[in-house]
Design a protein around this ligand. Structure first.
Ligand SMILES: *[C@@H]1O[C@H](CO)[C@@H](O)[C@H](O)[C@H]1NC(C)=O
Ligand SMILES: *[C@@H]1O[C@H](CO)[C@@H](O)[C@H](O)[C@H]1NC(C)=O
Ligand SMILES: *[C@@H]1O[C@H](CO)[C@@H](O)[C@H](O)[C@H]1NC(C)=O
Ligand SMILES: *[C@@H]1O[C@H](CO)[C@@H](O)[C@H](O)[C@H]1NC(C)=O
Ligand SMILES: *[C@@H]1O[C@H](CO)[C@@H](O)[C@H](O)[C@H]1NC(C)=O
Ligand SMILES: *[C@@H]1O[C@H](CO)[C@@H](O)[C@H](O)[C@H]1NC(C)=O
Ligand SMILES: *[C@@H]1O[C@H](CO)[C@@H](O)[C@H](O)[C@H]1NC(C)=O
Length: 398
């Protein structure tokens, strides 16, 4: 990987994607693992035993072996999943058949429509190669993984194969109240070469309101995270991409996240743009959508903008964020439409690092004052008091 990728987590993540790309479709290379993580992923992706799904009896939670003994299940917690409670049901997914479901979509399909409970899909370690959709009729679902480097859902659609960028997502969320913890969402379509057409490949599309992500990974290249609609919260997440890798018209707060660019490196001295972190799509002055990044870091490769104006009222703020020297000195772009210079809202506040130098920013970039930045700094930006805290409580009790 490139020496420009400058943190341990970036290297871990890069290997994750590297491994995913190698494995899908050609998994032979994984056997020559050269790093521990690659070794771990190799174990995760090789299914060494035929499936032998276990059935869970309705009266006890003991696992009943439906067919022959499956030694992969020896370490599986015998009393898992726990029985339903009035508030929570757990749907257990394990790729080796050690509990009720072997695919994430099968578990989602089993969740009742319009359930009043929180339905937790507990997903064991593994890379799940499937396209997953949560329809609007299934609110309040949690995906609980085992770590963003241990549990991942991956697929490889592109704008071309899916008939449009919006349909290329490996995972699509149309329901309200979705929560994900310690899991990664990956699109493993080949990284597009410059000039490639219809190669956008979304890892996740979040179209439902009130979604929260803790300790999650989002991996792709062009258009990784379709932060489409609604109020969303991202905490301690890892987001990798190249061009417009966080895009859409949501109102979202990103706290303590790492943003890693894999945009094409540019030779030193050359200043051609190879990517953009965001492409926010606010369409009107009356909309309260926007992306706020607080205490995040930006690193990786390329010469990239912080954002470009997909729609005229695009709104993005970076506060207390460290930016490496990959951030283009002009900072932002108006999508080649100078009229948008009057309508976008692009703010920066107390950012650090070589990329945070405001001296050569475009004229419409704003250095926010202590007062101007206040609405963007905490979960009030996404009305967190109305919805986020109850979800946290529900999660803890789950
Ligand atoms: C996704 O991967 C499969 C398996 O290698 C391959 O057959 C398919 O063409 C790929 N799809 C795209 C859109 O690249
Ligand atoms: C949910 O509703 C859809 C569409 O009406 C239906 O196809 C599906 O079977 C329902 N799922 C469950 C688990 O009831
Ligand atoms: C989803 O969960 C929230 C918070 O626990 C709750 O207020 C809401 O009623 C739930 N929604 C549905 C449709 O059950
Ligand atoms: C996520 O995984 C980390 C490391 O394994 C663990 O410490 C943490 O409690 C987990 N958090 C959630 C929300 O699952
Ligand atoms: C995309 O559109 C073409 C032509 O209309 C159709 O044949 C194909 O099935 C569609 N593919 C998907 C994934 O919807
Ligand atoms: C900022 O983010 C770093 C790295 O994620 C974390 O260690 C630190 O606690 C965060 N600071 C605040 C004030 O949240
Ligand atoms: C967020 O900041 C605003 C403005 O400083 C403050 O009024 C509000 O109480 C804070 N909300 C939370 C949840 O900390």
């Amino acid at each position: 990987m490139s020496p420009h990728v400058n943190s341990a987590a970036a290297v871990v993540a890069a290997f994750l994607v590297f491994a995913a790309h190698l494995y899908f479709p050609a998994n032979g290379h994984l056997n020559s693992a050269t790093t521990p993580l690659l070794g771990v992923l190799s174990d995760l992706t090789v299914s060494s035993f035929p499936f032998c799904p276990l059935t869970v009896s309705s009266t006890t939670t003991d696992h009943q072996y439906g067919c022959k003994y499956n030694p992969l299940c020896d370490d599986f917690p015998p009393d898992f999943p726990p029985p339903d409670t009035p508030a929570v049901s757990v749907f257990c997914v394990d790729p080796n058949g050690c509990c009720d479901f072997t695919t994430v979509q099968a578990a989602v399909d089993a969740i009742p429509n319009h359930s009043r409970k929180r339905n937790v899909v507990w997903i064991n370690k593994g890379i799940y190669f499937e396209k997953v959709t949560i329809p609007a009729s299934k609110p309040n679902i949690t995906f609980q993984g085992q770590g963003f480097d241990l549990t991942a859902i991956a697929w490889n659609d592109t704008a071309k194969s899916a008939n449009g960028t919006f349909y290329s997502a490996s995972v699509s969320i149309f329901a309200t109240g979705f929560v994900a913890k310690n899991i990664s969402f990956i699109n493993v379509a080949p990284i597009p070469r410059p000039g490639a057409v219809d190669a956008q490949a979304v890892a996740i599309r979040i179209n439902g309101d009130q979604a929260a992500f803790w300790g999650c990974g989002f991996f792709g290249a062009q258009d990784t995270l379709h932060d489409d609609r609604g109020r969303h919260y991202f905490k301690e997440c890892f987001i990798q991409g190249s061009i417009d890798f966080i895009f859409g018209d949501a109102r979202s707060l990103y706290e303590n996240c790492r943003l890693i660019s894999i945009a094409d490196p540019v030779p030193s001295g050359q200043r051609s743009i190879t990517g953009s972190v965001t492409a926010h799509a606010r369409v009107s002055e009356n909309d309260n959508t926007g992306y706020s990044f607080v205490n995040c870091s930006i690193g990786g490769t390329g010469w990239i903008w912080l954002g470009r104006a997909w729609r005229p009222y695009s709104r993005v703020v970076f506060a207390y964020t460290s930016m490496s020297d990959i951030i283009a000195s002009e900072g932002w772009n108006d999508w080649n439409d100078p009229s948008r210079d009057q309508t976008v809202f692009y703010g920066e506040y107390k950012c650090t690092g070589e990329g945070a130098n405001l001296a050569k920013r475009v004229p419409y970039a704003q250095k926010l004052s202590d007062v101007q930045v206040l609405p963007y700094l905490n979960t009030s930006f996404i009305d967190g008091d109305q919805w986020l805290q109850p979800y946290c409580d529900a999660l803890i009790s789950a």
